[in-house]
Design a binder for this molecule. Structure first.
Ligand code: ATP
Length: 704
């Protein structure tokens, strides 16, 4: 093949002498080497086939692409050949190393603007060529921008490059989840409509920020959180205040690249004409500005590696969320996701507000300048910001707040099917994704869905059944009245037990009332059918919250096939309480992956409590009837009025007690039913892929 100067490089390991290591990726180690016969320094990338997870097709593609491309700004392969279990790829030696390494070594705060303009201009020329040839690079980042001893810039690493002209399986592969999270375009994460070369433009914009700051946006967060933040936050950008040293044209160029709608991003060709690139300078300038005074690449590589291993050592005992930083230091890449790490990191995702605060401030500025955030994302942002507690009263507040917290939590944590985005890349089974997807579009007719619809149907019947009780409920003192903005009366039923102490006794004056009560509760038994059915099925499917499971690994809050999310934090909250209201409070602080199982757990709790109440009512009925009969019999038999009177008083007091108990149980049952229907409505609306609005939330709080 031999591109350079028409030379043909030998395809035999014996013709090369490996020197020091100059770079390391997940699947490969790069050495400075000599081609003995040609007396030339080259770089040899030694790909460990065993570490490549049998992705031989991927390797073949990488090598093929590297050999076919022919552009001064792309690292070409001179030749490649097997050596034992390894594959050697011979390529030009880029003595300056990667921009990431240079930054780590000498520019931790990033480069000056003229350097950035020069680097990016060269990279962009490479992209124009690649895109023109129908390739998407898919891994544009500082770690893949190499500089040679003369200051020439080349884009490297075609490990995940894809061809736009691929069809069939290869086209499907093109639409999979590859790249490095911080640099990955939202549409690549989403996998809704596939993506094209505009994905590289997004990564290019992120790389610009990386070169400006020394690190990519969100780089301190775990990959899973990066995904969520990229999807839900407005695009990152240069801050008009903090990044004052950078020009307006630089800020505008980045803004143009980091538009969430790929259609609104410029093509590489168009971007090349951006006035920012007028600041680009010569390779001589770059060599002077960046490489002067740097030790040889091998030495730098050793120093950086040493520093990193020291850092890793000193952080060995640190908290798990430091993991992301270490990943970044290692140079996290498309190929070095550790599935176990990722799962753990996923479990560590906390509520966004804290971490994304800075970004959001910045985002606002960006949004003003972008004006191009897709409506979808705007909606996601605003829905998570939506909070309105004005018309809630003490008892209702708790429930309303919960609904808002819960809705917000889910909206923010599941902006666009994160598991769907991970499908095919991590070992998340298709059926797992369907099961967990809040959007039923991805599920056939999921079990949860069918249970919900069964429950809804049963709720409708229940509404009919409860019509007659409205008066009773409204007159009850523990139905808290409130007036909404439209002047309608709203009723919030509190769940505080002390309220029941104040509730008026519902006097059951005769067998007719007892009968009615009995009928009502018979109906409740039917009503609870689907819930019990769900409990059984859930138990079979291990969908329940395993409160006491696997303590050594942290609590399992979700077990889905092989995808297991663990969270010590969440687990503690779940484990310490089985009281639904405390679960509600706890859930506000949980990561979203754990909310649905908690909700299921609460529903199960409600169902079993309901069953207990019904049993208790039956017991009360059985106990009370013989007593009444005995009273009648006793009074008929007795000829002594005083004995009869005292017996009657005794019985009356007993009946009263039973009535109070029955009342309490009825109320309890009502509350449980109310809670159930709230949760079910929530679940239904979540399955329909939207957050209920305030009216719907309030409606769910009304007694039925
Ligand atoms: N031709 C070269 N000359 C000098 N250094 C190189 C060359 N090619 C690669 N490197 C160095 O080796 C590192 C790893 O190379 P490369 O990115 O190709 O490996 P990889 O396993 O594909 O990496 P990744 O983990 O990013 O996928 C680069 O970041 C760079 O620092």
């Amino acid at each position: 093949m031999g591109h350079e100067f028409g030379k043909r490089f030998p395809a035999n390991p014996k013709d090369y002498q490996l020197h020091e290591e100059v770079g390391e990726g997940v699947s490969a180690t790069v050495y400075r080497a000599s081609c003995i016969s040609m007396n030339e320094i080259v770089a040899i990338k030694v790909l460990d086939l065993e570490k490549c997870n049998n992705d031989l097709d991927g390797i073949r593609r990488e090598v093929q692409t590297m050999r076919l491309i022919d552009h001064p700004n792309l690292v070409q392969a001179y030749c490649s050949f097997p050596a034992g279990h390894k594959l050697w790829v011979v390529m030009p030696y880029m003595a300056g190393g990667s921009c990431l390494h240079i930054m780590k070594f000498a520019h931790p705060e990033g480069f000056e603007e003229p350097v950035i303009a020069t680097l990016l201009y060269e990279v962009l020329k490479a992209l124009v060529y690649l895109h023109g040839e129908g390739h998407i690079h898919r891994d544009v980042k500082a770690g893949n921008i190499l500089i040679d001893a003369n200051g020439a810039v080349k884009l490297a690493d075609f490990g995940v490059a894809a061809c736009m002209f691929d069809t069939g399986d290869r086209q499907r592969a093109r639409n999979t989840f590859v790249g490095t999270p911080c640099w990955m375009a939202p549409e690549v994460m989403q996998q809704l409509h596939g993506y094209d070369f505009k994905a590289d433009i997004w990564s290019f914009g992120i790389t610009a920020l990386e070169l400006a700051h020394g690190h990519a946006p969100f780089s301190k967060y775990p990959p899973m959180k990066v995904l969520l933040m990229t999807l839900q936050n407005a695009p990152p950008g240069l801050d008009y205040e903090r990044d004052r040293k950078f020009s307006k044209s630089f800020k505008e160029m980045i803004s143009a690249c980091l538009v969430k709608d790929p259609k609104k991003r410029p093509s590489s060709e168009k971007l090349l004409k951006h006035h920012f690139f007028k600041h680009a300078r010569s390779k001589e300038y770059l060599a002077r500005a960046v490489l002067d005074g740097l030790p040889p690449l091998g030495d730098r590589f050793r120093t950086i590696k040493g520093r990193e291993s020291d850092l890793l050592q000193s952080r060995a005992d640190e908290d798990k969320d430091q993991l992301s930083q270490r990943e970044y230091i290692k140079g996290i890449s498309a190929w070095n996701f550790n599935l176990e790490d990722l799962k753990k990191q996923a479990a560590l995702i906390e509520e966004e507000s804290q971490g994304s605060e800075n970004v959001k401030v910045n985002d606002r500025t960006n949004r003003e300048h972008h004006g191009a955030v897709s409506p979808n994302f705007e909606q996601q942002i605003s829905s998570s910001e939506k909070v309105d507690t004005e018309d809630s009263v003490t008892s209702g507040k708790e429930g309303l707040q919960y609904h808002q917290d819960f809705g917000g939590l889910l909206t923010s944590a599941f902006p666009i099917r994160p598991l769907k985005a991970l499908e095919g890349y991590f070992d998340v089974f298709e059926e797992d994704v369907k099961e967990t997807s809040p959007n039923s579009q991805f599920a056939k007719k999921s079990e949860v869905e069918s249970i919900i619809s069964a429950q809804q149907a049963s709720d409708e019947v229940d509404l009919e059944c409860n019509k007659g009780k409205e008066d009773y409920l409204e007159s009850s003192s523990f139905v808290t009245k409130n007036v909404d903005a439209a002047g309608r009366q709203k009723f919030f039923r509190g769940s505080i037990l002390s309220e029941h102490a104040l509730s008026p006794v519902r006097i059951l004056t005769g067998p007719k009332e007892w009968n009615e009560l009995f009928k009502e509760h018979q109906f409740e038994r039917n009503h609870s059918g689907p819930l019990l059915c769900r409990q059984t099925r859930d138990a079979q499917n291990h969908l329940h919250v395993n409160v006491l499971d696997e303590p050594s690994e942290g609590r399992i809050v979700q077990r889905k096939g092989r995808f297991k999310v663990t969270s010590t934090d969440a687990g503690t909250k779940v484990a310490t309480s089985v009281n639904p209201s405390s679960l509600i409070t706890a859930s506000a602080g949980l990561d979203a992956t754990s909310v649905l199982p908690i909700l299921q757990h609460m529903l199960q709790q409600n169902a079993s409590q309901r069953e207990q109440i019904i049993k208790a009512i039956k017991l009360v009925e059985q106990v009370s009837v013989p007593h009444v009969e005995r009273a009648d019999y006793g009074s008929a038999e007795s000829s002594q009025p005083s004995v009869a009177a005292s017996r009657e008083r005794e019985l009356q007091s007993y009946v009263l007690q039973l009535q109070q108990r029955a009342d309490y149980l009825t109320d309890e049952l009502q509350r449980m039913k109310l809670k159930n229907s709230q949760f079910e409505r929530h679940l239904t609306s979540l399955l329909k892929g939207r957050t209920p609005n305030n009216d719907e939330i309030q409606e769910t709080l009304l007694p039925h």
